[in-house]
Design a protein around this ligand. Structure first.
Ligand SMILES: *Cc1c(COP(=O)(O)O)cnc(C)c1O
Length: 232
């Protein structure tokens, strides 16, 4: 099996290639390593290879890893759906959350963020396809949610996140990312100081970078296929 460090280097090369190809400044796209379903030892291996930012999707699993790696300089991002009764772990231990699609969850995170902690960075997740069960706020409701979230103390609204339905063809991959970028530009034009467009995964990171992604969330291409993975 190929070493994790080699796969990580390959992903960085894909990002750098896409930055060149689509005239993005070098280093303008951050890599979030999505470690959900992988054990602490896998995160440690990636840490040794120089990766610092990790994404998790399940609260209990995330909590175990955060506690096991406390003090190791990891920047933790929560990217999964979040029930409002599970917000405390995220408010107390995470640096970022990408999956805000309800005001109630944001309000709880704001109340539960410990005094003296840096603001919790967040992205609002936008629904990009009409598949039943997909998380995210409807585009028509985005502006009002973003404005209300931006006003909450202890949080810092950084941008938008989206997960399109899978598509093989490059042009078809770009289309929903272009729509998300359009919404991002609209919010900026309306005065919100956003700097993060969280889009692109293992299978479509080039299309996302072509459309302006500033952060890609990569699991499989770094850690390998998830065995017995729970549904996202
Ligand atoms: C699992 C997951 C990813 C990583 O997907 P890969 O295809 O394994 O790269 C990215 N974003 C979210 C929200 C996820 O849940």
């Amino acid at each position: 099996m190929q070493e994790l460090a080699d796969r990580l280097a390959e992903v960085k090369e894909r990002i750098a290639d896409a930055e060149r190809r689509f005239h993005r400044p070098p280093g303008s796209v951050r890599l979030l390593a999505v470690s959900k379903t992988w054990p602490v030892t896998a995160v440690e291996e990636a840490l040794r290879a120089g990766q610092r930012c990790f994404g998790e999707s399940y609260v209990q699993e995330a909590r175990d890893k955060v506690l096991a790696l406390e003090g190791r300089g990891v920047e933790w991002h929560f990217i999964g759906p979040l029930q409002s009764n599970k917000t405390r772990v995220i408010a107390e231990w995470f640096d970022w959350i990408h999956s805000i699609d309800r005001l109630k969850v944001a309000e709880r995170l704001s109340r539960q963020r410990p005094a003296g902690a840096a603001p919790l960075n967040l992205c609002v997740q936008v629904k990009l396809s009409n598949e039943a069960g997909k998380s995210g706020i409807a585009p028509a409701e985005l502006v009002s949610l973003a404005r209300r979230v931006a006003d909450l103390p202890a949080l810092r609204l950084r941008g938008l996140m989206g997960i399109p339905a899978p598509a093989r063809d490059f042009a078809a991959q770009r289309e929903p990312f272009a729509r998300l970028r359009g919404m991002f530009e609209e919010l900026r034009a309306a005065g919100l100081a956003l700097d993060t467009l969280s889009m692109g995964m293992s299978a479509d990171l080039e299309a996302a970078i072509a459309e302006g992604a500033t952060l890609v969330r990569i699991g499989t291409a770094i850690f390998g296929p998830r065995r017995g993975a729970r549904p996202v």
